[in-house]
Design a protein around this ligand. Structure first.
Ligand SMILES: [Mg+2]
Length: 381
């Protein structure tokens, strides 16, 4: 299986994409072929994991939501014979705690299978702080453990000896901790290194969507007027830490957010898949800029071992995935045949992304929005 460059802006014809020859009289005004980045490179009959050495998964919204497993996830992962690693931006829990959670769900996971943004942050600190140095920690158990494991002294109030500040999410982080970070990063300390585990604006928890580490980092940023170095997705240090840990050069990364998971995987040069079980769905996919577009779209992890369907660009602007089809009619995308929901999402994305038009320049047919499950008064962002 070949893989096109994750960052190349050059259009590339997918191996499994069959393009019908437009008739000479075709006057739809829409190209029958893709005109922007389309990266699906699976051959007919291949599954998302064909030719893959390692599956890397985001956790929240992919494997579990809160305490409970997402339907089908445990069965799909246990049925896989591939090496599996877990990557999480959530810095509030240690790798061991995450592994225990996965074991409780019925997965065969060890602490060494889990790569956290706290670990990636500690790896960054090693380049910035002398061994044994004092690091002001804003965060929870997961971050404290990794800072100490990396050989630093964790403190919670800055001193003149404090060598750096590291900030990660924990539900217990409050104003006092944020103020300590701000005091340690301003004035005579304005050159002091500041590392954030991740910059997620939100974090999904059992009760709903809550403010994430990016929101708390932003509070400190507002006070000190500068920004941290970020270890977690969508920055590449966490992916580099994972590839180093598992000893491979490439992997399929599966996530539920375009702005962290997919953007990060693309930046790191990994294959990418979005599952529709978490934060982002059809609306965000249609609007995604090229760097945030996944190579594959899956309903959930149960589709990992099912053949991935081809996208067919037909005459008259029709884009078809199995029984689902849409048509690009100028700047308007219309429903032709609904078929299965995920196939309609795939076809709609292929049509919109290949059009070369930004989402605000595209008129999405109301029937198509209904079939995709996008509220009609909420089609654009
Ligand atoms: Mg997630």
């Amino acid at each position: 299986m070949s893989k096109s460059s994750a960052t190349s802006p050059t259009a590339q014809t997918p191996a499994n994409q069959t393009t019908a020859s437009p008739t000479p009289s075709d006057s739809s005004g829409v190209s029958a072929g893709p005109s922007s980045v389309v990266r699906v490179s699976l051959a007919a009959g291949e599954t998302p994991v064909s030719g893959v050495d390692l599956i890397l998964l985001d956790l929240d919204g992919v494997v579990y939501k809160g305490e409970a497993a997402i339907a089908g996830a445990v069965e799909a992962l246990n049925a896989s014979e591939l090496r599996i690693g877990y990557i999480t931006n959530n810095a509030s829990r240690s790798a061991a705690t995450v592994a225990d959670h996965l074991l409780r769900l019925g997965l065969e996971a060890a602490e060494s299978d889990v790569v956290t943004s706290s670990q990636a942050a500690a790896r960054l600190l090693a380049d910035l702080v002398e061994p044994g140095g004092e690091v002001l920690v804003v965060g929870g158990e997961g971050l404290i453990v990794e800072v100490e494991r990396a050989g630093f002294i964790a403190v919670f109030t800055g001193t003149p000896e404090t060598a750096a500040v590291v900030q990660g999410f924990a539900p217990t982080v409050g104003w006092e901790s944020l103020a300590q970070a701000a005091f340690a990063l301003q004035g005579e300390y304005s050159e002091r290194p500041w590392v954030a585990t991740n910059n997620d604006w939100t974090i999904p928890v059992a009760g709903g969507i809550a403010p994430g580490n990016g929101t708390l980092v932003s509070a400190v940023h507002t006070a000190v007027g500068r920004l941290p170095i970020v270890a977690g997705k969508p920055e590449v240090p966490i992916f580099e830490a994972a590839l180093e840990r598992f000893g491979v050069a490439d992997a399929l990364f599966i996530g539920d957010r375009l702005d962290t998971d997919i953007l990060g995987a693309n930046r790191a040069g990994l294959r990418s898949a979005l599952v529709l079980t978490g934060i982002d769905g059809p609306k965000q996919l249609l609007a995604a800029s090229a760097p945030m577009r996944p190579e594959l779209i899956l309903t959930d992890l149960s589709e990992l071992t099912l053949p991935y369907p081809a996208t067919e660009f037909e005459a008259d602007g029709v884009v078809r995935v199995r029984d689902s089809a849409v048509r690009m009619n100028g700047h308007r995308v219309e429903l032709v045949a609904p078929g299965a929901h995920v196939d309609l999402v795939r076809a709609s994305c292929a049509a919109v992304w290949a059009s070369g038009l930004a989402i605000y320049g595209i008129d999405v047919d109301g029937l198509l929005m209904d079939a995709l499950g996008i509220a009609r008064d909420d089609s654009r962002r």
